[in-house]
Design a protein around this ligand. Structure first.
Ligand SMILES: [Mg+2]
Length: 377
C-alpha cells in the first residue's frame, strides 16, 4: 500500500497523459576541465510531460541511461495521476525507486520528471511557474560562471570581464587545477582576474573538491587576501567535517551542495554547519519539490541558497524563496539551453527578469534545430 495512492482522486480533472524523454548531446567548442573532471560535451535528458492539451518541460544533465530509467521506472508511476497533485507524483516516484537507489542518477531522473510536472501544472493553469510556486520576487540575481582550468589566462580574463561588462556584478572561476597540483597557478590566475575586474564585482572560486583540507586552509587565506569572497567545494562535499573546519577557520564564504541528491543530505550539511551558502541543483536534488524543501531547511539554519547550474530551470523556483543568494549563470548550460530551447532568459543588469505573462517556465524544445544533437538512448 502506497502512502500516497489512497489520497488521490480516482479520476482527476486533468491527468498526466504521457511522459516523453529525449536525449541530446551538445559538444563543447573545445575541451574543458575543472579541478577534477575534463569533458567535451554536455548531455541533456529532456522530459516532456503531456496532459490537458499542454506540454510541461523539464530536464537534467547526465548520462543517457537516465532516459531509459525514466521510461522504465517512472513514466508509468506518474501517468494517469492528477496534474494538480505534483506532490503525489513526486512521492510515488520516490517510493517506486526504493530498491533502485535514490541518490545519483535516479534522483536526477526524478528531478527531470518533477520539473516537467510542475511546468505542466503551471501551463494547464496558464500562469508562470514562478507565480504558481509563490513568487517572492520578479527577478533573480545571477553570477557568471565558467573560468575553466583549461582556459588560457587571456581566455579566462576575457570571459569573466565579459560578464561584468554585461552588468553581472559577481563571477566565478575554477581553481584546483589538476587535483590541486598547481596551487601557485591557481593563485596567480585568481589575482590576475581580480585585478581585471571592477572593484565592486565579487569574485568566486570553485575547486570542485580538488584540494586537500590543509591545502584549502593555506590557499583560503591567500584567496581572501586577494579579495575572493566565495570558496566553493575546497574539499569534496562528502567530507562535511572538513568543510565545517574550513568554515570556522577562514573568513571567506564556504559553499557546497551541488552533489546533494536528497533532503536528508542537506539536513546533515546544515546540521554540521558546513557551509555559509547552500548550493542545490534542481536537476539533481529531486526537482522543484525537493529544492523548495531544501531552501526551507537552509532558511531554518539561517542560510541562503544558491541555484547550481541550469539557469533556465532555476529562475522560477529561485524566485519563490525569500532566502535566495543567486542563480549560477553557467556558461556551458547557457549555451546548451539556448541551443535546445526557445524561451531562455537573459540577464539584464545582473538579474534574470521573469516574464509575468508566460505560462510555465516558458521553455519549448527548438524543433527542428535540436534534432542534430539527438542521440538514441
Ligand atoms: Mg561547483
Amino acid at each position: 500500500m502506497s502512502r500516497v495512492a489512497e489520497h488521490l482522486p480516482v479520476a482527476p480533472d486533468v491527468a498526466v497523459e504521457q511522459i516523453d524523454v529525449s536525449v541530446f548531446t551538445v559538444p563543447t567548442e573545445k575541451p574543458e576541465s575543472d579541478a577534477t573532471l575534463a569533458w567535451d560535451a554536455t548531455t541533456a535528458i529532456v522530459v516532456e510531460a503531456r496532459g490537458g492539451g499542454r506540454v510541461g518541460l523539464g530536464y537534467t544533465y547526465g548520462e543517457p541511461a537516465t532516459a531509459a530509467f525514466i521510461r522504465r521506472m517512472l513514466a508509468d508511476v506518474v501517468r494517469g495521476r492528477d496534474v494538480m497533485a505534483v506532490g503525489a507524483s513526486w512521492s510515488a516516484m520516490v517510493e517506486a525507486v526504493r530498491n533502485a537507489g535514490r541518490p545519483g542518477a535516479v534522483s536526477m531522473a526524478i528531478a527531470a520528471v518533477d520539473t516537467a510536472l510542475w511546468d505542466l501544472k503551471a501551463r494547464v493553469l496558464d500562469v508562470s511557474l514562478a507565480r504558481l510556486l509563490g513568487a517572492v520576487r520578479t527577478s533573480v540575481p545571477v553570477y557568471g560562471s565558467g573560468g575553466f582550468t583549461s582556459m588560457t589566462d587571456a581566455e579566462l580574463v576575457e570571459q569573466l570581464s565579459g560578464w561584468t561588462a554585461e552588468g553581472i556584478p559577481r563571477v566565478k572561476m575554477k581553481v584546483g587545477t589538476g587535483w590541486g597540483r598547481a596551487p601557485r597557478r591557481d593563485l596567480e590566475r585568481a589575482a590576475r582576474v581580480r585585478d581585471a575586474l571592477p572593484v565592486d564585482c565579487d569574485l568566486f572560486v570553485d575547486a570542485n573538491g580538488g584540494y586537500t583540507a590543509k591545502q584549502s586552509a593555506r590557499l583560503g587565506v591567500h584567496f581572501t587576501e586577494i579579495g575572493v569572497t566565495w570558496f566553493e567545494e575546497p574539499v569534496s562535499s562528502d567530507h562535511l567535517e572538513e568543510l565545517t573546519l574550513l568554515r570556522e577557520l577562514l573568513d571567506i564564504d564556504i559553499a557546497a551542495g551541488e552533489y546533494g541528491y536528497d533532503l536528508a543530505y542537506f539536513g546533515r550539511m546544515c546540521g554540521a554547519r558546513a557551509v555559509d551558502v547552500v548550493q542545490a541543483d534542481v536537476t539533481r536534488c529531486g526537482g522543484i519539490t525537493e529544492w523548495l524543501r531544501i531552501a526551507a531547511l537552509a532558511a531554518a539554519h539561517g542560510l541562503q541558497i544558491s541555484g547550481h547550474c541550469a539557469p533556465a530551470l532555476h529562475a522560477h523556483v529561485a524566485a519563490a524563496v525569500p532566502n535566495l543568494a543567486h542563480v549560477e549563470y553557467f556558461a556551458d548550460h547557457v549555451r546548451v539551453e539556448n541551443m535546445l530551447f526557445d524561451g531562455s532568459l537573459f540577464p539584464v543588469a545582473g538579474d534574470l527578469q521573469l516574464r509575468a505573462d508566460g505560462a510555465g517556465n516558458g521553455l519549448i524544445l527548438r524543433i527542428p534545430d535540436c534534432e542534430r544533437y539527438r542521440v538514441t538512448a
